[in-house]
Write a protein that binds this ligand. Structure first.
Ligand code: ADP
Ligand code: MG
Length: 296
């Protein structure tokens, strides 16, 4: 991810323009989205610019209502921009969607209850014309279930799976059409913290193994830093880029136990940008539970 800033006044300083001209996964310039309803006009996004390079992992962080989901929907060709341009893999979002270059994961796993885990993962292939259209070497639904840690659960129905397992199925389903870009809208927001931490680690591993470009929406400072190579912080009313923070931690060095201390500086910066008191940034205290293992 590369940025440059314009110097057209104070308001323009927060805007970021790409420095590299080569093909990017997502290239968004001066993007404005307005929703005009009978009662009011809402500027969900105002002059948002950023570039996400292929294979990158960008976290979108911001308070509720700042336009995070809207931005994902524009990339996915579900909402048209009011002004500005957006290019997805060098093409219009519509072309990217039609060529099945995009995968989407929502907060709700939205699985079909009458289909098994495997059948749910297979669904996009059935709807989209079968596996024949997939690139050579693309992982099969069974391989994807294994990738997300559900080996042996192929024949289970959604009601037999935990919330975390259902979300793993939805990630496998999103990956089944071998998308170049995965759009994730608070996918772990409804899960308990322990499951969420585990899935964060799983997602990092999946990203490293598949090298799929990921645009990940969250309002968790902690999650945004643990996952993203960069964190794009949005401000609300209207939704706009507040800052971009590069997470320059060696990814291999961030483990479950190392997270709190290693990422503390970046997390404090993100938290300050959001204007929130991030209590998790205090110096980590080592506590020991009964079984003797250290809790971060
Ligand atoms: P976030 O995901 O950051 O919580 P959203 O992108 O969902 O925020 O919404 C940004 C703003 O746009 C909010 O004020 C919301 O009410 C408004 N908005 C989103 N979608 C629509 C819509 N379809 N019609 C009217 N207003 C909308
Ligand atoms: Mg949202």
């Amino acid at each position: 991810m590369r940025y440059g800033t314009t110097n057209r006044g104070r308001a323009a300083k927060a805007r970021l323009i790409p420095v590299l001209a080569d093909a990017s996964a997502i290239d968004c310039r001066d993007l404005t989205v307005r929703f005009i309803t009978e009662r009011r006009t809402v500027t969900a996004l105002e002059r948002v610019s950023f570039t996400l390079e292929s294979g990158g992992f960008l976290s979108l962080l911001g308070p509720s209502g700042c336009g995070k989901s809207t931005l994902l929907r524009v990339v996915a060709d579900l909402v048209p921009p009011s002004h500005g341009t957006i290019s997805v893999l060098g093409a219009r979002p519509e072309q990217a969607r039609r060529s099945r270059a995009l995968g989407f994961v929502f907060q709700d796993a939205a699985l079909l209850p009458w289909r098994t885990a495997l059948q749910n993962v297979e669904l996009p292939l059935e709807v989209g014309g079968g596996a024949a259209a997939l690139p050579k070497g693309a992982p099969t639904p069974r391989e994807l279930l294994k990738l997300v840690g559900l080996d042996g659960w192929e024949t289970s129905f959604p009601h037999e799976l935990s919330g975390g397992m259902r979300q793993r199925v939805s990630i496998a389903r999103a990956l089944v059409s071998a998308p170049r870009i995965l759009l994730m809208d608070e996918p772990f927001g409804a899960l308990d913290e322990i499951t969420r931490d585990r899935l964060n680690e799983e997602l990092r591993r999946i990203w490293q193994e598949t090298r799929t470009t990921i645009l990940f929406v969250t309002h968790s400072v902690y999650e945004s830093i643990f996952l993203g190579e960069n964190v794009l912080v949005l401000a609300a009313n209207p939704g706009r880029v507040k800052t971009v923070i590069s997470i320059d931690l060696p990814k291999r060095a961030i483990s479950r136990s190392a997270k709190p201390s290693r990422s503390c500086g970046s997390r404090a910066r993100c938290a300050r940008c959001l204007g929130v008191d991030d209590g998790r940034c205090r110096p980590p205290r080592q506590r020991t539970c009964r079984g003797g293992s250290a809790l971060p």
